[in-house]
Design a protein around this ligand. Structure first.
Ligand SMILES: *Cc1c(COP(=O)(O)O)cnc(C)c1O
Length: 821
């Protein structure tokens, strides 16, 4: 994320943190933007790069940042490569994260306007966004972008505070003991807010009390303390200020009850300062009610009158925290973020756009920023600056402010429209083609209409893939690996059914070392989608060697036959040193050289100039199963014997790898030089023990197309196999075995989830449809149906494994991708 606000000289910056040494070649350098990720650079000329050290050592990326033009760096004491970067300013500190936090704290301390700090287990981001909506008529507000609430995120959030603001709303998230202290030191909230507290033993805390005590550290020194007594488990709240509370008992805002008027809104009634009061909110779910209560208490604490609160609460808008990526018309990809538009969230969306290499053309359709007139020049100046660094080739603006300013803007080619209607009318003339289009519009511009016009029609059954969950799972497994161990990600079979280049792009962006696919044409598709990282092909066919060589794909070599075929082709084309990977069979008995082949193979390879062995590997057959541990240990030993013999003969270093997902978790001694992560990436396969917290990545959804009451004694479906013993509500949903919903789920073996309740199948599964028994469940036509809520359990019910359920979802089911923030 990169946001431009205040600027400082490099000298001022170094005075704002505790330094060990400062070496400046250019004292006049200005710093406006904080950078910490060399893949997300912006405003490099005025950027300050922090070499943070966590799972990865940020010092390794100083070279990339320097090459991109960054000239100001904060580095750890002891890092010795400064001479390599002659033109750069260096601030040397004992701890770079701490220095970032000191800078943020010192920046925050310059502003006297109020800062609201929000913590809690759930609802922080929604409460922050809703407070923004509720307070925006009265204040110019700086706030944390999306859910930037970590040790780094809070610092970046505070950095956005500027002289033009009148209020800041900052989120603080902690997951371990001792983390809040640093966040509190930075935020120093005037108003401290606790949303809710989740179950006792999650998130690395020993007890609920311990967790509450940690979160309440945020309250020190706050003038106003806002919380619910029900949440704090009798832990004293460390604030001498005024306490404003909500809850059923003993609270300032005493909750009397909720009434849902209809499906779309509810009334919350309460007692406050001797009066009965009420608000209506356009939501009915429990989480929304809890969040609204919290916001209500904050507004009361700030002195708002009940009539104003009531008016504004009725207008609350849902908070979208996803960027959705959809297939568009004319081979476009549409990234849909049509519900908010401000510099911070635009910056995040542009980062995401930069990661996409499917199409060379990147287009941004952008609305006016809400609440900013074109006369408030700074905001738009900053906007244009952001666009300059964004890699966008085409800009389309919507709204009068941007239309007026377009004349003054000399950046990339752009077209301007006064409003969404005129853009929609002109759509055919804009000729979108092979572009990645980012839609970024403030709510009142209703960009969802543009999204509908630009995206291909959605088949009712979709597999929604959460890219942030894939990233999360990757990091979970990475946390089990020593730093030096490389990671190959398995994206075979359309990434286990989860799509193809979208997942690969994400993995490439996350600096995975290798990708592996099953067939050459899968690799070719990835190359066409802009994946340039090394790709291993596990099942190369001689017929595909041409494509393989053309696209720099690296074959797995598993037999003398295939090696000789390849060598022949390489000689005929005059190619040398093409990277290959040697597969050894150590007991799986699928593909691979036999153990006794090492010597003749080594001899052949020594004289084969066409190839260069990048790695030698084998595959564990039962790494996840303790009863086969002796067998697994034997595979590992046999592998080393083979690899030792081969590498000794080759005389150059060769990577060794053998561990799959289960091996990563259960066999640390099998991590070797690299591991091959498969199913775990997709959220399945946690074997317990190591406390991995995997997230489900795919959610298969369909809709109800018809509902009918079927009388007792009738039958449902083909062959009359579904028998109804009492009058039943039967729903037909749009998914069948041709979509990958296994026939074995029929006749009550499987179930789907409708409005939170499990509805068993009735009768046989049809080709395109399935019938469900919804008796006792409230539902209507068009309602969403979740096909799998628990892959492991449902796979077991039909005697298979999650791998098969995942990869069995047919290619005709549309994949949609989203990224949560
Ligand atoms: C599929 C595959 C993997 C990954 O296995 P998971 O159990 O999904 O982690 C690793 N290595 C090879 C050779 C594979 O074919």
């Amino acid at each position: 994320m990169a946001v431009h606000t205040q600027s400082y000289t490099i000298r001022q910056v170094s005075d704002m943190m505790q330094t060990v040494g400062v070496s400046l070649v250019d004292e006049t350098a200005t710093v406006t933007t904080l950078l910490y990720d060399s893949r997300r650079l912006a405003d490099v000329a005025q950027g300050l790069f922090f070499a943070l050290v966590d799972r990865r050592d940020g010092h390794r990326y100083i070279g990339d940042a320097y090459d991109a033009g960054v000239r100001n760096f904060v580095v750890m004491d002891g890092w010795a490569d400064r001479e390599l970067f002659a033109e750069a300013n260096f601030i040397v500190v004992a701890d770079t994260i701490r220095a970032l936090q000191e800078l943020a704290a010192s920046h925050r301390a310059r502003f006297a306007y109020p800062v609201i700090g929000i913590t809690g287990s759930n609802g922080k981001t929604i409460v922050k966004e809703w407070l923004m909506q509720l307070l925006a008529p009265d204040y110019r507000i700086a706030r944390s972008p999306k859910s930037y609430n970590s040790q780094i995120g809070v610092a970046l959030s505070l950095w956005q505070m500027g002289a033009g603001h009148e209020l800041a709303i900052i989120e603080a998230g902690v997951s371990r003991l001792g983390e809040m202290e640093a966040l509190h030191r930075m935020i120093q909230p005037d108003i401290a807010v606790l949303t809710t507290i989740g179950p006792a033993h999650d998130d690395g805390f020993a007890s609920r009390q311990e967790k509450v005590r940690e979160k309440l550290q945020l309250f020190h020194g706050a003038r106003l303390a806002v919380y619910s007594p029900d949440a704090i488990a009798d832990v004293p709240v460390p604030s001498d200020g005024t306490h404003v509370t909500w809850g059923r008992h003993g609270a300032t805002l005493m909750v009397l009850g909720f009434e849902a008027a209809d499906d779309a809104q509810c009334t919350i009634r309460a007692h406050y300062q001797g009066e009965d009061v009420a608000i209506n909110i356009p939501f009915t779910d429990a989480a929304a009610r809890a969040n609204a209560l919290c916001c209500w208490a904050v507004l009361l604490a700030m002195g708002y009158r009940q009539t104003v609160i009531r008016e504004r609460m009725a207008l609350l808008q849902p908070v979208e925290m996803r960027l959705e990526m959809k297939k568009g018309i004319n081979h476009c990809t549409v990234i849909d973020d049509s519900y908010s538009n401000d510099l911070a969230s635009l910056s995040i969306a542009l980062d995401f756009l930069k990661q996409q290499h499917r199409h060379p053309m990147r287009t941004l359709i952008l609305s006016d920023l809400p609440g900013e007139s074109e006369h408030k020049g700074d905001v738009y100046k900053n906007l244009f600056k952001l666009l300059e660094d964004s890699g966008i080739n085409r800009l389309i603006t919507v709204g009068p402010a941007l239309q007026k300013l377009a004349g003054t803007y000399n950046g990339m080619p752009h077209e301007s429209f006064a409003n969404t209607d005129t853009l929609l009318a002109a759509l055919p003339t804009l000729e979108f083609q092979h572009e990645t289009i980012l839609l970024k519009g403030a709510r009142r511009f209703a960009f969802e209409r543009i999204s509908t016009a630009l995206t291909a029609k959605v088949h009712d059954t979709v597999l929604a893939i959460n890219l942030s969950a894939v990233e999360h799972n990757l990091n979970q497994y990475r946390s089990l690996l020593p730093k030096k161990v490389k990671l190959m990600a398995m994206v075979k079979a359309f990434s286990y059914g989860s799509g193809d280049f979208e997942i690969a792009s994400l993995l490439q962006f996350n600096r995975v070392d290798y990708l592996a696919v099953a067939y050459a044409d899968e690799g070719v598709e990835l190359r066409k989608a802009g994946i340039w990282m090394p790709i291993m092909v596990m099942n190369p066919r001689p017929a595909s060697f041409g494509a393989l060589l053309e696209h720099q794909l690296e074959p797995e070599i598993y037999s003398f036959d295939i090696l000789e075929e390849l060598l022949g082709m390489l000689v005929s084309r005059g190619i040398t040193d093409h990277p290959i990977h040697i597969k050894v069979d150590t007991g799986m008995h699928r593909l691979g050289f036999s153990e006794g082949d090492a010597a003749p193979l080594a001899q052949l390879l020594q004289n084969a100039a066409g190839v260069k062995v990048k790695s030698v590997f084998s595959h564990l057959a039962a790494a996840g199963d303790a009863k086969h541990d002796a067998f697994t240990a034997g595979q590992l030993a046999a592998f080393h014997v083979f690899a030792d013999e081969l590498t000794a003969a080759l005389g150059y270093p060769v990577l060794r790898h053998i561990a799959n997902t289960a091996g990563i978790q259960r066999w640390p001694q099998a991590h070797l030089d690299m591991v091959r992560l498969g199913i775990g990436l997709y959220g399945v396969g946690d074997l317990g023990g190591n406390r991995l917290q995997l997230q489900q990545t795919g959610s298969l959804k369909t809709v109800i197309t018809q509902l009918r009451q079927v009388p007792a004694g009738d039958s449902v479906g083909y062959g009359r196999r579904g028998r109804v013993t009492e009058s039943s509500l039967i729903a037909t949903v749009n998914i069948g075995y041709a979509d990958g919903y296994d026939r074995r789920f029929g006749n009550g073996v499987g179930y789907m989830v409708v409005n939170g309740a499990k509805a068993p199948t009735v009768g046989d599964i049809c080709m395109d449809m399935t019938m469900l028994d919804l008796t006792g469940i409230h539902a209507q036509v068009g309602d969403e149906v979740v096909v799998f809520d628990d892959m492991e359990e449902q796979a077991a019910a039909i005697g298979t494994i999650p791998y098969e359920l995942l990869t069995g979802i047919s290619q005709r089911v549309k994949r949609i991708y989203y990224y949560e923030m």
